[in-house]
Unconditional design. Structure first.
Length: 260
């Protein structure tokens, strides 16, 4: 009876000690940090490994240092040229100073999300629709710079911001399609006009060369005859030089005058 009476408190004490030890021991992984408070005051940041926390006196908050991928919900944005679009994005960030992420802001994840949404609306609202569609890389860089600068006080590092979609209504899509079609027609007409101009310049240069070299005209006649013969044409036209025809008529006139 006496042994049992003494052994029971020992067992209970041993159980309580083991339970207290189990609560006190914290395993911190490589990608985590443990922000420790001593009686409510910030004490230290514990690194990865087996760490001991005194229950009731010390409090510990785990912070993940890995890159977090956050979807920024779709935002209604009015562009600089008064076009309403819906834009969503994705944000990549990580905690670089765990003590600031816990002390300076209540919920750093929610705060970063709200900051990204407001910044997305304000930055894109300063650009026209064409810039949103064609200069996305520049706007991504602007968003990343602004969000990173404002979240620096929370110990947050924004590594990248990517605009995912710029959604337009049906009327605006049709208007953009008409604009693109008109632009293609304009380019086609310009290219055709430039081709005509270059062709006319080449023809003028060729005419000047032929006028200075009559032999070149004869060679051109022969080339034309060769082209016609290769096409299996039933009728062949022999072009005669104007000076040759003129000399024939002059000789005929002289012969008629002598006969008279």
């Amino acid at each position: 009876m006496i042994d049992t009476a003494y052994s029971l408190p020992i067992v209970v004490s041993l159980f309580l000690l083991l339970s207290l030890l189990a609560i006190s021991i914290k395993v911190v992984r490589e990608y985590q940090r443990l922000v420790v408070f001593f009686l409510g005051r910030f004490q230290t940041v514990k690194k990865p490994g087996l760490r001991l926390i005194i229950p009731g006196i010390q409090q510990a908050v785990r912070v993940d240092l890995r890159v977090i991928t956050m979807d920024v919900p779709s935002q209604d944005v009015i562009s600089k040229d008064n076009v309403t679009v819906r834009v969503n994005a994705v944000l990549y960030f990580r905690v670089v100073e765990p003590e600031k992420a816990i002390i300076q802001v209540e919920d750093y994840f929610n705060a970063t999300s709200q900051l990204a949404q407001t910044t997305l609306r304000s930055v894109l609202g300063q650009h026209e629709l064409d810039e949103m569609l064609s200069e996305r890389e520049k706007m991504n860089a602007d968003l990343q710079e602004i969000i990173d600068k404002q979240s620096d006080a929370w110990g947050i590092k924004v590594t990248n911001v990517e605009i995912k979609h710029v959604d337009l209504n049906d009327n605006m899509i049709r208007a953009i399609a008409k604009q693109a079609e008109a632009e293609r027609e304009r380019r086609a007409k310009v290219i055709h006009a430039e081709g005509e101009l270059q062709a006319s310049e080449k023809l003028l240069a060729a005419a000047n060369i032929i006028s200075r070299n009559p032999q070149a005209l004869q060679l051109r006649y022969l080339q034309t005859l060769n082209d016609i013969s290769n096409e299996n044409a039933s009728t062949i036209i022999f072009p005669l030089p104007i000076d040759l025809i003129s000399s024939i008529f002059d000789k005929k006139t002289e012969f008629s005058a002598t006969k008279d």
